[in-house]
Design a protein around this ligand. Sequence first.
Ligand code: ADP
Ligand code: 5GP
Length: 201
Amino acid sequence: MPTFVAGRYFSNQLEKLIIFSAPSGSGKTTVVKHLLEVMSNQLAFSVSATTRSPRPGELDGREYHFLSLDDFNQNVADNQFLEHEEVYAGILYGTLWSEVKKIWAEGKAVVFDVDVKGGLNLKRKFGDQALAVFLRPPSVDVLMERLTKRSTEVEHQLQERIAKANYELSFESQYDTVVVNDILEETFATCEKLVSDFIQN
Ligand code: ADP
Ligand code: 5GP
């Protein structure tokens, strides 16, 4: 069973976590997907639970465990989440302990794509076992452009995500490291190096 003392988790130092947080549209999904492809023997993705609907192409159990609000709340009541947040109004997201334990049992480090508060909660719980990376867009204008082009949100959701971006950007100094996602190939190389240095030490 996991051991928490004063809210911090103590375990085998080989059990590592890599957290990516950033405003929506910064490129987390793109970067995490790349790392999972090129470092598939060392990393695996923690599939979160959410109450939002799947986007076209998303599969239950792959991008997310898509849950009803009742099922999500039942998991909260059963202490199944390491952390959970209402990231957008009425839309809940949470990290499942079962995902993390499964990945560690495979001898891999766990990669998370979580919001800024969830990321910092995980960092607080796991301390040096976790590398918390803040992925920043070159500017809010570029972020808006990327989100608009992605075309996955209806207008009011898009506005909500853009409105939240400045708030989220204010958290970057609390992260272990900040990577500006401008030229994608450079971001990939920087993140690959950060992650391999972290899991080798
Ligand atoms: P997030 O997961 O943070 O919401 P995504 O990975 O979905 O962000 O990226 C948002 C959009 O921006 C996607 O359409 C993606 O292809 C694009 N994108 C990501 N990184 C870059 C980059 N460095 N340059 C240009 N477009 C990018
Ligand atoms: P999206 O709906 O675009 O997939 O994700 C929206 C936001 O929710 C992103 O910032 C993403 O990182 C965050 N998110 C995804 N899973 C989790 C989770 O388990 N916990 C928290 N706190 N945030 C999450």
